[in-house]
Design a protein around this ligand. Structure first.
Ligand code: DSN
Length: 423
């Protein structure tokens, strides 16, 4: 018989650390654009006995016996993902967004091929060609960025670079970009130069699922995503594609870049796709965008410049130099974390400071929206953040605003006080 004692009894030290993290998540306001709070049912699926089962291969084509139930679960996840996002094909096995991108690239490209993507320092992701990542090592990435004036993508520049470099793939979809992306213009450019069009929708997939953002699936050949951001599911990756790339994508995930699928995560993905197809999820994802717009507007009203003039999705960047030329992203993010608001420093376009220091902060609203905050709280939060940063050397003001931050966090806890952080 398996050991059925609870973790509190088996490993009090670790169990205490998990509880400590619950307390941290309850007491801070979280604005990291890629994070969210999972539900109890998501923890149940993710921590289930499905973890025990090996199932290398795909439903009805396994290398292990005993996969009857696992097949049903994976098929459920695939069907739900396809229906939710209007996709012809779905692979639900990638362990993460980076794994999804690696498999997607390897499915249709050879090492050394040219890819046109946005560089990390302008809003792209590590896997979009960073020299310290596999992508920049294996492929010849050519970077497009944003326009210096508008801080938005200049589609004419993308077209010009595509014609000049004739990439085999064009990547759109970013980690730090707050505007709409013209999916059909990218499609046209990809067709002009004969490139595969890949959208990395890791950040916006939840908004797309909730119809709060235009869906790239009809336009792109391949769409990669993660399930743990605005989608509110378990940690993991996802690849959607046109049917003609289905075989190549599946082979590139298993056996090329991964071994056994993590079945407990696949079950949790099925749960997540099911929940995201409910009407309440539409309300939730639209509220994320509304909250982001109001938060960005509140900061702008307080004199903190929002990059590209605002947001159309769940996140935005701010330029700290607009309130204090000396203030860095590093100092601001550490200061805010110590005073109740957790977020991350981020390079802004054409940032003169290093990626470790930066001139910017990135903020996103999926977590605060999950906690139940609405526009009213965003106005207050925006004001508190800017006041805290402006008056950071005045202890009286810092105390006053920190208290208000903690009151706000206490009024919208993501988990009950007695929750131990696991099922
Ligand atoms: N680390 C994630 C983010 O914060 O955007 C992307 O992988």
């Amino acid at each position: 018989m398996s050991d059925m004692r609870p973790i509190e009894e088996v490993d009090p030290q670790l169990s205490g650390l998990i509880k400590k993290e619950v307390d941290r998540q309850r007491s801070q306001i979280h604005l990291i654009a890629s994070e969210n709070y999972i539900s109890y049912s998501m923890m149940q699926a993710s921590g289930s006995v499905l973890s025990n089962k090996y199932s290398e291969g795909y439903p009805e084509r396994r290398y292990y016996e005993g996969c009857q139930v696992i097949d049903e679960i994976e098929n459920l996840a695939i069907d739900r993902a396809k229906r939710l996002l209007s996709a012809e094909h779905a692979n639900v096995q990638p362990h993460s967004g980076s794994q999804a991108n690696m498999a997607a690239y390897m499915a249709v490209l050879e090492p050394g091929d040219t890819i046109l993507g946005m560089s990390l320092d302008q809003g792209g992701h590590l896997t979009h060609g960073s020299p310290v990542n596999f992508s920049g090592n294996l492929f010849n990435f050519v970077a497009y960025g944003v326009d210096k004036e508008t801080e938005q993508i200049n589609i004419d520049e993308v077209r010009q670079l595509a014609n000049q470099h004739r990439p085999k793939m064009i990547v759109a979809g970013y980690s730090a970009y707050s505007q709409f992306i013209d999916w059909s213009a990218f499609r046209e450019i990809a067709d002009e130069v004969g490139a595969v069009f890949l959208v990395d929708a890791a950040h916006i997939i939840g908004l797309i699922a909730g119809s709060a953002h235009p869906n790239p699936v009809p336009h792109a050949d391949i769409v990669t995503a993660t399930t743990h951001k605005a989608l509110r599911g378990p940690r993991g990756g996802l690849i959607l594609s046109k049917e003609k790339f289905a075989k190549a994508i599946d082979k590139a995930v298993f056996p090329f870049s991964q071994g056994g699928a993590i079945n407990s995560q696949i079950a949790a993905k099925a749960l997540c796709f099911g929940q995201a197809s409910q009407a309440e999820f539409k309300t939730y994802s639209n509220q994320i965008v509304r909250n982001a717009k109001v938060l960005a507007g509140a900061m702008d009203d307080e004199g903190l410049r929002v990059i590209s003039g605002g947001t159309e999705n769940h996140m935005f960047l701010v330029d700290l130099r607009s309130i204090d030329t000396e203030l860095t992203g590093k100092e601001a993010s550490q200061f805010l974390d110590a005073h109740g608001v957790t977020l991350n420093r981020n390079s802004i376009p054409f940032d003169p400071r290093s990626p470790f220091i930066t001139s910017g902060l990135r903020m996103g609203t999926p977590s605060v929206t999950s906690a139940g905050m609405m526009q009213e709280q965003m106005v207050l939060l925006g004001k508190l953040i800017v006041e805290l940063l402006r008056k950071r050397i005045d202890p009286y003001s810092v105390n006053l605003y920190t208290e208000q931050v903690h009151e706000l966090a206490d009024a919208f806890p993501p988990y009950p006080a007695a929750f131990a952080g696991h099922v």
